[in-house]
Design a protein around this ligand. Structure first.
Ligand code: KIV
Ligand code: ZN
Length: 521
């Protein structure tokens, strides 16, 4: 990029909604403490706005927004509200401790939502939208308004709503493609039309918020940026309602790799992308598909001989960005059996982890056990160990011991020991296989029998001694949670994942989460 084009680059506002829309991803519920941990990492990543939650939806969401508003410095903290007094009051109350706060009000404008969901005529919608912005303005100067399902709204009515809410004081107007229906060229035209036809459009920032139902969330967002949008709403790893939201890392890296097309920059420190992706995956339990752009395991792997040869001769033959640019380490041998605590801690800091003393001690103990079993320890192994040791959820139950027997013509059995508040509990069970036997024994000990909706195991690194990472999705009294566990023994990893999910269910309280889901947009 030439210096001239750099000077002309527009600065795009990155509005991260991982903790609100991202958390609407089935199974991805986070405790307030986990949300704060992610929010702090989002601040290090350099996002401009963090949408922390939807405070009216549940006391947990309200508490999370309040804790983020108190603990996270730098970005603006946003909270979502319907265009109703109680919602706006709840958002304002949660945001009170924030230095920079934004109330994000929304109201559906499309004919289908007006007729079937809201049963309101256009005039009523217009009046309510204006009222909501004015009311929210009492609590904050920074107000965002979203006409929900904007991409399926009649353009003339959409323009009318936008003009009116800007006049009422909206500082950002967000155009959601709520159901992921738009096509990039069409969505770009929609933004362009607004720029041309809404007389006061330049008094507000135009934002976009795209869902991925047709796999077009990122192309739609980029097309909107090319047509004048100044803010983009996105989530880490693209998680979110149904097929998800536009992925933060894909948008940011597209802008960075193609300045010739977009002439736009962001405030993101891209070297934090990978670490943020791992943290979100680990705390939500939503694994990243291997071929996911930018942050998937295969994103920088070259299998073809021709490609490898090209890379060795001149890297850019097959690489449009460097793994280091997004914080992906060269997955190399980093430490061994004889490495000391100091080297271990230093390596973690270089991977972006700052652990408390007790966390570091626990992670180091895990590292030593792993080093006895595994000859080579890679960065990804360290990341998996640390993620296991971070307090992902209140640890009510802890797995202490697993023993299983299974084989041809043998009834699979498992003996499990769990600790709870310093007390040791043990039980045995048989099952259809060793993992099923473990899960039945854990159910006996916890008195819970959640439905196992999904189960998978994959290896963290390569080789037969690789760490196995198990992921489970449990459903219990209408709440769904994910759980994760790692070990060189896949049965132990599976038991850890199950206990992790049970702890999340207990931390969350199933009724609270069911109530929250019913309110979500
Ligand atoms: O998808 C959507 O329309 C939303 C709004 C609340 C912005 O998430
Ligand atoms: Zn959304």
């Amino acid at each position: 990029m030439s210096e001239g084009s750099l000077n002309m680059a527009r600065r795009i506002t990155i509005f991260d909604t991982t903790l609100r829309d991202g958390e609407q991803c089935p199974g991805a519920s986070l405790t307030p403490t986990e949300k704060v941990e992610i929010a702090k990492q989002l601040a290090r990543l350099g996002v401009d706005v963090i949408e922390g939650g939807f405070p009216i939806a549940s006391p947990g969401d309200a508490q999370a927004v309040r804790m983020i508003a108190r603990a996270v410095k730098g970005p603006t903290i946003a909270a979502l509200a319907r265009s109703l007094p109680a919602d706006i009051d709840a958002a304002a109350a949660s945001l009170a401790p924030a230095k920079k706060k934004r109330i994000h009000v929304f109201l559906a404008t499309s004919p289908i939502h007006r007729k079937y969901k809201l049963r309101k005529a256009r005039e009523e919608i217009l009046r309510q939208a204006v009222w909501a912005v004015r009311y929210a303005k009492r609590f904050s100067r920074d107000i965002e308004f979203s006409p929900e399902d904007a991409s399926r709204t009649e353009p003339a009515f959409l323009h009318q709503v936008i003009e009116a809410v800007i006049k009422a004081g909206a500082t950002t107007v967000n155009i959601p493609d709520t159901v992921g229906f738009a096509i990039p060229e069409e969505f770009g035209r929609l933004i362009h039309g607004m720029m041309e036809r809404v007389p006061n459009i330049h008094r507000a920032v135009i934002s976009v918020h795209c869902h991925n139902d047709l796999g077009l969330a990122v192309p739609n967002s980029l097309s909107a940026i090319a047509n004048g949008a100044g803010q983009v709403e996105c989530t880490v790893n693209g998680i979110g309602e149904r097929a998800g939201n536009a992925s933060l890392e894909e948008i940011v890296m597209s802008l960075r790799v193609r300045p010739d097309i977009f002439h736009a920059t962001t405030g993101i420190d891209t070297t934090h992308i990978y670490k943020t992706s791992r943290l979100v995956s680990s705390l939500t339990g939503i694994i990243v598909q291997p071929n996911k752009a930018i942050v998937g395991d295969n994103a920088f792997r070259h299998e073809s001989g021709i490609h490898q040869d090209g890379i060795l001769k001149y890297r850019q033959t097959y690489e449009i960005m460097r793994p280091q640019d997004v914080g992906v380490g060269e997955s190399k041998l980093v430490l061994g059996k004889l490495s000391g605590r100091h080297a271990f801690a230093r390596r973690l800091v270089s991977l972006g982890f700052r652990l408390s003393k007790p966390e570091l001690e626990r992670a180091f103990a895990r590292f030593k056990v792993l080093a006895d079993k595994k000859k080579e320890i890679f960065d990804n192994d360290l990341v998996a160990i640390v993620e296991d040791e971070l307090p992902a959820a209140q640890e009510i139950y802890k797995l202490v011991y697993v023993h299983t027997t299974s084989g041809t013509d043998t009834v699979p059995t498992a003996t499990i020991k769990l600790s709870k508040e310093g007390k040791l509990l043990h039980a045995a069970s048989c099952g259809d296989g060793p993992v099923d036997a473990c899960y039945k024994a854990i159910n006996r000990l916890t008195g819970m029998a959640p439905e196992l909706c999904a189960y998978s195991v994959h290896s963290v690194t390569r080789g037969k001694d690789a760490l196995g990472e198990a992921t489970v999705k449990l459903r219990y009294r209408r709440a769904e949670v994910m759980g994760r566990g790692t070990s060189t023994d896949v049965i132990e990893a599976s038991a850890k994942a199950y206990v992790n999910a049970i702890n999340r269910l207990l931390a969350q309280g199933s009724e609270r989460s069911a109530a929250r889901r019913s309110l979500r947009p």
